[in-house]
Design a protein around this ligand. Structure first.
Ligand SMILES: [Zn+2]
Ligand SMILES: [Zn+2]
Length: 122
């Protein structure tokens, strides 16, 4: 197993990389399976084919802001590939319900409670 932040070989029992101090599993720079450099936007390691779980933390912040600003129209849902939820929000946008749901979505995104499918996210 390798540190995704610096590529240093690490013990799976370690919680934090001793070289860079980053929590194990965090970072987008290296494959945790083979330690080779990967494209931060890639979902699969080109070297070993290992599925790379994208770190969505910064994207979630963006999505939360989008949800707050234009969430009434379900824009953040479309960004996450949840087009059904987005369409429902557009249909209900005149009722004010969409704004309330979007506010809840934004809070969930901010607090990391919202599950975002990294593969569907554009
Ligand atoms: Zn490291
Ligand atoms: Zn790999």
């Amino acid at each position: 197993m390798y540190c995704k932040q610096c590529g240093e070989s690490i013990n799976p029992n370690q919680a934090i990389c001793v070289k860079c101090g980053v929590k194990v599993g965090e970072g987008n720079n290296f494959c945790s399976n083979c330690g080779k450099t990967i494209d931060p936007t890639a979902s699969v390691c080109l070297n070993c084919g290992f599925a790379v779980k994208k770190n969505m933390n910064s994207d979630k912040m963006i999505l939360a802001i989008v949800a707050l600003l234009v969430g009434t129209f379900g824009i953040h849902n479309f960004m996450m590939g949840e087009s059904k939820k987005g369409i429902v929000k557009i249909l209900l946008c005149w009722t004010g319900i969409s704004s309330i749901i979007s506010l809840i979505d934004a809070i969930k995104l901010f607090t990391d409670k919202y599950e975002v499918d990294a593969d569907k996210y554009f």
